[in-house]
Ligand binder design. Structure first.
Ligand code: BGC
Length: 734
């Protein structure tokens, strides 16, 4: 049951705040900017400064690192962040919570109530479904609001430039158009619940090794055409109230003190009206305000509270103009008004975990990717003997670690890991297993089958169980966490050897991967089926079982290339390892804007599985591609379900050549559910920036006149049909 919140909340807001006559900013008929102006006129300097910095709201608890008491910062609910409000003027406090995959509870505090663990955002990206992104944002935003939070630190869109990256599972893959489009919808969903979303981590925080001091080097045009394009599209699609700047340096200036990124790109070129908040411990000076930083978050992590007294002093000495302070405050207030923080403050209300769990399940069902199927799937319910091996499949499904960690409403299993890192996320020492066991869900779907479970710890024992069975389903897992990359693409803990031994004992073996990144598959030729379930979320066991048994057709498509091994990567050796506090650098100029599949195409490399790849239990045909340039470039084509089962097709459109020169860029996609035999005509409108080059000198996008080839495809490596069209030259403002 979902409760309607608007009326109750509005009443509460209006009683708590000053009446409209003396408080014109409480009049919702005025624009957010006008309301912010009216309110700011009432603030003295100390009140203004108080809005520009905030605490890590678990600081007290975290410091003690034990105990069940709620945090001792007065007024704070207790979570990632807290900026006190000004009650006399009706300004609500900012109660900030992570995270990107639902309301997080990284420290598993005893007083903290539950939340629905959503699947890794890679599952969302794999759905290629903007409507699903919007619905997912609705769930996350709604749960935050019902818990009393008005800021969700969610909306991460860093590109997968390295498949060893510790936080890739929180993001949306390697393609800027796919990631930016979906992230925009995710953000729109969160904010529709009157909760601020935070687009992060701006920018090039594409890996975790030495994340506090790694310098991302990249030329301007490549930056705009890759990671920055993902941020730009997410802002256009979702209008996030805030943007979080990253820990790392970008072209030798810290991201939170980066005048070019924050002032030139974000605020000038993109006309971003919201506020820039720092990552926790990412501020280096009060002067970062001049570079475009508007608010210091998690000040407990900085060397000092730079945006407190030092900032106020810098205004007094004239080092920082008063107008900058006023602008910082304006950006925060107008965004709070725009998102409804004054008019619809959170009301603590029960969460419908059942409905939200089903939403998480649906997300996983759309995002699970079937990668190999030698006529073994879907499983039939009358299979006599099924062996289930490994991955804690008798208990639940794996989730990723770090500040995005959700602890589900029902008790989860916490597994010790060997990791104890530095900084804020350094204490996340346990992998969390969400308690929806695939084994139980499989038993429910095949009540007459006999099941045996083996934990997969010993290859010989697992092989013995496999010999007994008609079909074997192995669950393989790889835990990843914020603040640590993995050294390579292998599965840990001897799982590859276990899979080899099982496949040798029984070739009717399917491997279900629960990973936050691509992995190598040395056993690929020896198994009959493979699926990538990512981190499957709170109802993940049911989602996986439904796909194994064909209750749901698999329709996910890889949002990142699966390399054969690290030698195919732009940087076979991960930079920034063992840096011990030194500034290191990562040269993204090696691949520039050729991220992921574009790197593979440019180098003529053949991956293990290409971007966009995903199988189904039915089959699809794409045909009759027609390109037209009447009102902007459009591509129309037919999509048919040529098989015997209902399913969803994911046609992809790539730019494959410009004036005869080969290139590869995703410029359009769709997700079309189709009944068997059904055909739908689809028209996609192409964003001209995806055809253009960014001209750093002219500071605009330039489409060269000439011939453009676009290909209709089922992955970056499987082209069905190509058409060409001649386009006039065009320039597009950034
Ligand atoms: C992470 C952010 C997070 C913040 C607050 C930082 O360490 O990088 O993503 O929002 O902590 O928990």
């Amino acid at each position: 049951m979902r409760l309607t919140t608007g009326a109750v909340a509005l009443a509460l807001a209006l009683t708590a705040a000053p009446a409209c006559a003396d408080a014109p900013w409480m009049n919702p008929a005025l624009s957010p900017d006008a309301r912010a102006d009216a309110l700011e006129a009432k603030l003295d300097e100390a009140q203004k400064i108080s809005l520009l910095h905030g605490r890590f709201a678990l600081a007290a608890y975290y410091g003690a690192f034990a105990g069940d008491a709620p945090p001792s910062i007065p007024g704070a609910i207790g979570s990632s962040g807290y900026v006190p409000g000004i009650p006399a003027l009706g300004i609500p406090a900012l109660q900030e919570t992570d995270g990107g995959l639902g309301v997080s509870d990284a420290m598993d505090e005893a007083w903290n109530t539950g939340a629905t663990p959503l699947p890794a955002n890679l599952a969302l990206a794999a759905s290629f479904d903007p409507a699903l992104a919007r619905a997912t944002g609705d769930v996350a935003g709604q749960e935050a609001w019902r818990r009393g939070f008005n800021v969700l630190l969610a909306g991460g869109v860093n590109l997968t430039r390295d498949p060893r990256g510790g936080r890739n599972f929180e993001y949306l893959g390697e393609d800027p158009y796919l990631a930016g489009t979906l992230d925009g919808q995710l953000i729109a969903g969160i904010q529709a619940q009157h909760v601020v979303a935070t687009l992060k981590h701006f920018a090039f925080n594409d890996k975790e090794s030495n994340r506090y001091a790694d310098d991302a080097l990249i030329d301007e045009a490549s930056a705009r055409e890759s990671d920055l394009l993902a941020f730009e599209l997410a802002i256009e699609g979702g209008a996030p109230a805030s943007v979080m700047c990253a820990y790392n340096l970008v072209n030798s200036a810290y991201a939170c003190g980066n005048d070019h990124l924050l002032n030139d790109v974000l605020k000038h070129d993109w006309r971003y009206p919201g506020w820039v908040m720092s990552d926790w411990g990412a501020v280096h000076s009060a002067k970062d305000a001049l570079a475009g930083l508007d608010q210091e978050s998690g000040e407990d992590y900085d060397a000092q509270v730079f945006f407190g007294t030092p900032l106020a002093d810098a205004v007094k000495t004239g080092e920082i103009p008063q107008a900058r302070i006023d602008d910082m405050v304006h950006r925060i207030l107008r965004s709070m008004f725009a998102t409804g923080l004054f008019d619809h403050p959170p009301v603590k209300t029960p969460i419908d975990y059942q409905a939200d769990g089903l939403a998480a399940q649906h997300e996983e069902e759309e995002g699970l990717v079937l990668m190999k199927n030698d006529n073994i799937l879907p499983l039939t319910k009358d299979t006599p003997r099924i062996a289930v091996i490994g991955g804690y499949a008798n208990v639940g499904v794996l989730s990723g670690g770090g500040s995005s960690q959700v602890i589900p409403d029902v008790p989860a299993q916490l597994l010790p890991t060997v990791f104890m890192g530095e900084g804020l996320a350094g204490n996340h020492t346990r992998a969390v297993i969400d308690p929806d066991a695939p084994l139980a869900a499989m038993r429910d779907l095949a009540p007459n089958a006999q099941f045996r479970f083996d934990p997969g710890n010993y290859p010989s024992a697992a092989a013995q169980t496999a010999k007994w069975a008609d079909v074997v389903v192995i669950f393989a897992r790889k835990w990843q966490t914020e603040s640590q990359d993995v050294p390579d693409l292998t599965l840990p803990d001897g799982q590859d050897a276990m899979i080899e031994a099982v496949a040798k004992a029984n070739p009717h073996t399917i491997v279900v991967l629960e990973t936050g990144n691509p992995v190598q598959m040395p056993w690929l030729n020896d198994v009959a089926g493979v699926m990538e379930a990512w981190y499957p979320g709170g109802n993940g066991g049911h989602a996986i079982a439904n796909i194994l048994f064909g209750v749901v057709d698999p329709s996910g498509h890889l949002p990142m290339t699966f390399p054969r091994d690290e030698t195919q990567l732009p940087r076979p050796i991960l930079s920034g390892q063992d840096a011990a506090g030194q500034v290191t650098s990562t040269d993204y100029n090696i691949e520039g804007a050729d991220v992921g599949y574009r790197w593979f195409a440019a180098r003529g490399l053949s991956p293990l599985f290409p971007f966009g790849f995903g199988l189904s239990y039915t089959s699809f045909g794409f045909s009759h591609l027609v390109l037209s340039d009447q009102h902007g470039l459009t591509a129309s084509f037919d999509v048919a379900n040529t098989g015997k089962l209902p399913g969803a097709a994911v046609p992809q459109l790539y730019l494959t050549a410009r004036n005869g020169a080969h290139t590869l860029r995703l410029v359009g996609f769709s997700r079309i559910p189709l009944a068997p035999g059904e055909t739908q005509h689809v028209t996609l409108t192409i964003d001209p920036r995806l055809l253009a080059d960014f001209d750093a000198k002219a500071d605009d996008w330039q489409v060269a006149a000439g011939s453009y080839s676009l290909s209709l495809a089922s992955s970056a490596a499987d082209i069905d049909e190509t058409g060409s069209i001649s386009l006039p030259a065009a320039r597009i403002a950034p």
